[in-house]
Design a protein around this ligand. Structure first.
Ligand code: ADP
Ligand code: MG
Length: 559
């Protein structure tokens, strides 16, 4: 039997690919710039082994320019270029990646930063182009070549006229239709925005001709419009720098530049990991709650970069829900991307990174709680509720992770207290962690049931947020001490003798209680004698696990 090769309708394949794998068409610019950067990288590596090739940092750049009249966009690089055969192989074969081959060939640390691997990115140009021309001259060669295609009828390769080494790609934008315009890709500020968004940390300068307004020479206060070539990308990602080189201000500027928030972050964590997983990350703990934080609209996530190129603006898998307030970015060269480079293929590395990040955040919060109490309380005012939700969700699965980060208002000067602080100063005879829940601290302070506990000299936690009681129900206990609502049946305050005495009194007045219950009907389940009231004649108590406060909340919940 002879094995046959699959045939493919390449026209259709190209069309499908181009129009279905990318979620946004602006991505084409990211792809072409990434290719240009790879080409310069290759030039650099070639220079390391080939004495006839020199690498002067200043000779290497990427230039993006638009011509409104001609409706063309040009991306020029001074990289390694392609000879005829390479043009044929790399741009004539879908899914052929010269970059992947290069990376495999070098097999060393060197190839690490090469971005390409799938051999499809180039064709993304056809999302916006009617026609693409590639003029290229390979390093060390005298001949130049021109590759041209309209994306549907194949391509041509001819001798070209390019004089310098490198590649120039010219995109003739599609004509606008009634409901679709491609003009945005001719606009200076839009192009700049796309470059900044995806390619800000490409290591070579990305040059663009930009309009600047300069004051006139004549002191008139008027300005003149000038065009000037500028480097629009930041090039060196701050996260690749050493912590010692950076000031708090640098981190703060980055936070604002990246629009992580308008506030001044309380803390930043800068991580470099170079082990079985490799990544760099800068994380921030914001100060103020985003306006939509506790709503469905809020999207958690960190920016995800692969070798300095933005892959995802908000990768939700990097953060557990209970740390969803954290802002920042992660960059790793070890991610297995999917073909559009917009998503990850396997999430194994991502899971490892996420786990690592989670423990770093936890450590940071713990250290803040310990050494920077004021800031921690500010943080807790903003995001503490989310931590409590974290304890409550997943049936308390994350209790261990979070319990030491929680604060509650205490009857002790109405200050915030952690459970550790509470239990550490508990008198020996105190069996439980007592709490009272209600609308406000001032009300809880007056609660009849609370009196007895406080009278004993025991501390009481005031739960004023709905989630408080639900969270501790999931925790059940802390450090072996159970939580006890002051409105629950047995507070564990009386000795056996006192209990016995109370039982006797109760049975003496059996008829009285029965008559009271009769009068109240279904409003109550039972009427009993209480020996924990001091200045109040009566109090309401719940039976079992669910307290009156919880019942109220549960009753409000939608079915
Ligand atoms: P990938 O970048 O994933 O390899 P592309 O479709 O983007 O796939 O590019 C295919 C190949 O074409 C690249 O691997 C590279 O060998 C070659 N190539 C593309 N653009 C350039 C360029 N500007 N300079 C040199 N070679 C390029
Ligand atoms: Mg590419």
């Amino acid at each position: 039997m002879t094995k046959k090769e699959f045939k493919a309708e390449s026209k259709r394949l190209l069309e499908m690919m181009v129009n279905s794998i990318y979620s946004q068409r602006e991505i084409f610019l990211r792809e072409l710039i990434s290719n240009a950067s790879d080409a310069i990288d290759k030039m650099y590596y070639r220079a390391l082994t080939d004495d006839t090739i020199a690498f002067n940092q200043e000779d290497f750049f990427i230039r993006v320019s638009a011509d409104r009249d001609a409706r063309t966009l040009t991306i020029e690089d001074t990289g390694i270029g392609m000879n005829e055969e390479e043009l044929e192989r790399n741009l004539g074969t879908i899914a052929e990646s010269g970059s992947l081959a290069f990376k495999k060939q070098t097999e060393t640390e060197d190839g690490r930063d090469i971005i390409g691997q799938f051999g499809v990115g180039f064709y993304s140009a056809f999302m916006v182009a009617d026609h693409v021309t590639v003029e290229t001259k390979s390093a060390g060669q005298t001949e130049a070549f021109r590759w041209e295609s309209n994306g549907t009828d194949g391509y041509t390769i001819e001798p070209g006229t390019k004089e310098t080494t490198g590649t120039t790609i010219t995109i003739k934008l599609k004509e606008n239709t009634e409901d679709d315009s491609f003009d945005e890709f001719l606009e200076e500020h839009r192009l700049k925005q796309i470059v900044k968004k995806y390619s800000d940390f490409i290591r070579y300068p990305i040059l663009m001709n930009v309009t600047v307004h300069e004051p006139k020479d004549d002191d008139s206060g008027e300005t003149v419009e000038k065009h000037e070539e500028q480097t629009v990308n930041s090039m060196v990602p701050i996260w690749r720098k050493d912590k010692s080189e950076l000031t708090d201000e640098d981190y703060e500027n980055f936070y604002h530049e990246k629009h992580y928030g308008f506030d001044k972050p309380l803390r930043h964590v800068h991580i470099h990991v170079d082990g079985t997983i490799r990544y760099s990350s800068i994380l921030y703990i914001p100060e103020t709650t985003p306006f939509d934080y506790y709503s469905k609209e809020f999207e958690k996530g960190l920016e995800l970069y692969s070798s300095g190129v933005l892959i995802m603006e908000k990768s939700p898998d990097l953060l557990p829900d209970y740390f969803s307030f954290v802002k920042g970015m992660v960059d790793s060269e070890d991610l297995s991307l999917n073909i559009s480079r917009e998503m990850l293929q396997h999430d194994r590395q991502l899971k490892l990174i996420a786990k690592n990040i989670k423990s770093k955040i936890k450590k940071e919060l713990q250290s803040m709680l310990k050494n920077d109490r004021n800031n921690y309380e500010t943080f807790f005012e903003s995001f503490g509720r989310q931590l409590k939700f974290g304890v409550y969700n997943n049936f308390g699965q994350d209790k261990e992770e979070l319990q030491d980060l929680l604060l509650f208002t205490s009857s002790n000067e109405n200050k915030l207290v952690s459970l550790k602080e509470y239990t550490e100063r508990m008198p020996e005879e105190q069996k439980y962690i007592y709490y009272a829940s209600g609308d406000s601290v001032s009300r809880l302070e007056k609660l009849p049931q609370a009196e007895l506990v406080k009278d004993k000299g025991f501390e009481l936690l005031y739960f004023t947020e709905e989630v408080d009681e639900f969270a501790i129900k999931m925790m059940r206990e802390y450090d072996g001490k159970e939580f006890k609502s002051v409105s629950s049946g047995d507070l564990g305050l009386e000795s056996d003798e006192e209990k016995k005495e109370a039982e006797e009194t109760a049975s003496e007045h059996k008829e009285l209680f029965a008559a009271m219950k009769d009068q109240l009907g279904t409003a109550v389940k039972d009427v009993r004698l209480s020996n924990r009231l001091k200045s109040h004649p009566v109090c309401l108590t719940a039976e079992g696990e669910v307290t009156i406060e919880m019942e109220k909340i549960l009753a409000q919940m939608p079915e």
